[in-house]
Design a protein around this ligand. Structure first.
Ligand SMILES: CO[C@@H]1O[C@H](CNc2nc3cc4c(=O)[nH]c(N)nc4cc3[nH]2)[C@@H](O)[C@H]1O
Ligand SMILES: [Zn+2]
Length: 370
């Protein structure tokens, strides 16, 4: 088995659990947050810095790398691990989501999706087989089935037909996948319709994937609706296989996702907001670019021990960001990633000590939104 999951501790009162994910590039503790490195780099970070802060698995993206520099070139460089000099875990998203969020003039059919590249407008086509071939060439440890992320909102009938096609596509990906050192995860769809979510779980679990992602969430729906879908869907997934919630990465959603039994998360949020000068802290966000911090010589987050918070002040980081100095966005990125990775470690510790409900309550008492 390329990737396997060991359930270490189940919370006695909620769906939260602590586990271990065994991959060809290492063993990683779950719940885990996976920094996003869309174009084969986690923006502004070196691999050594990512290692130093404890990142275990990072994401890259089929859609982007297929368009540039091309999967064949990455394969010549020894796959993504060789190309980006990263020897820990890599997961690639299959491109379905990005075709819809980035590509233009998309035409979806049973065969696949025709679209124009957002880079040069050239005509492109991705099918389940092509997306699987690209991911085999990129060489990630975990690859995703090619799916359509049902948009929000979506009519019941559209959600049903799209989800049924995603299941047929998942079967085609499974048939096309021919790398024993890679795990292919299925992606649950179903929109915001509980019976479609159940049908998607039933159909994909019958295809027996080594892990399952929950797709079609964090797409602009109200958070309570995302939580309702998680509460309904996650318990129906096999307990001994990893569950991956795609596109989630704010502390509130991470706590709730862990509570429902999610093991893996990814999101561009922490690195994206860092680049526009927003720091994540235990009590919410701090927009360090704001004038109020011009003479504030305290660290971003008084409770943080990251390289940024040990050495630099809000005033200095604000100055760097206002002056568009590259170090500015590097320092905020270091802090945000360190903050989230440490937050996951604290949650795992609480689960191991069977005090997750108290940890969650404490979090909500302190957290002031977003
Ligand atoms: C709300 O923030 C925006 O939304 C994205 C995060 N939310 C998200 N939901 C996703 C769903 C899927 C899916 O159903 N299938 C596949 N293959 N990949 C997915 C990737 C996803 N990412 C950020 O990029 C941000 O722009
Ligand atoms: Zn910090």
């Amino acid at each position: 088995m390329a990737v396997s999951f060991e359930l270490i501790k189940q919370c006695s009162k909620t769906g939260a659990r602590a586990g271990k994910l065994y991959t060809p590039h290492g063993v990683f503790e779950t719940p885990i947050f996976m920094p996003v490195g869309t174009q084969a780099t986690v923006k502004a970070m070196t691999p050594d810095e990512l290692k130093a802060m404890g990142a275990g698995i990072i994401l890259s993206n089929t859609y982007h790398l297929f368009l540039r520099p091309g999967h064949e070139l990455v394969a010549e460089a020894g796959g993504l691990h060789g190309f980006m000099h990263w020897d820990r875990g890599i997961l690639t998203d299959s491109g379905g989501f990005q075709v819809f969020s980035l590509g233009s003039l998309r035409k979806i059919s049973e065969e696949g999706v025709a679209f124009r590249s957002h880079i040069d407008g050239s005509k492109q086509f991705l099918s389940p087989e092509k997306a699987t071939e690209v991911q085999m060439a990129l060489g990630a440890d975990i690859i995703m089935a090619f799916d359509e992320c049902v948009p929000y909102p979506a009519e019941y009938d559209y959600a049903r037909q799209s989800t049924e096609r995603t299941t047929r596509w998942a079967e085609r990906c499974k048939r096309a996948h021919a790398r024993k050192d890679q795990a292919l995860f299925g992606i649950i769809q179903g929109g915001m319709y509980k019976e479609l979510r159940t049908a998607s779980v039933r159909d994909l679990v019958s295809l027996d994937f080594p892990g399952y992602a929950i797709g079609g969430l964090s797409v602009g729906e109200p958070k309570p609706l995302m939580y309702e879908m998680l509460e309904h869907t996650v318990p129906q997934l096999p307990a001994r296989k990893p569950r991956y919630l795609m596109g989630v990465g704010t502390p509130d959603c991470l706590v709730e996702g862990v509570m429902y039994g999610i093991d893996m998360f990814d999101c561009v949020f922490p690195t994206r907001v860092a680049r526009n000068g927003t720091a994540m802290t235990a009590s919410g966000r701090l927009v360090v670019k704001n004038a109020e911090f011009a003479r504030d010589f305290r660290p971003l987050d008084m409770d943080c021990d990251c390289y940024t918070c040990r050495n630099f002040s809000r005033a200095y980081i604000r100055h760097l960001l206002k002056s568009e100095e590259i170090l500015g966005l590097r320092l905020t990125t270091i802090h945000n990633l360190h903050f989230l990775l440490r937050f996951m470690g604290k949650m795992r510790q609480a689960i191991m000590e069977d005090r997750f409900p108290a940890f969650r309550q404490e979090f909500w008492d302190k957290y002031q939104g977003h």
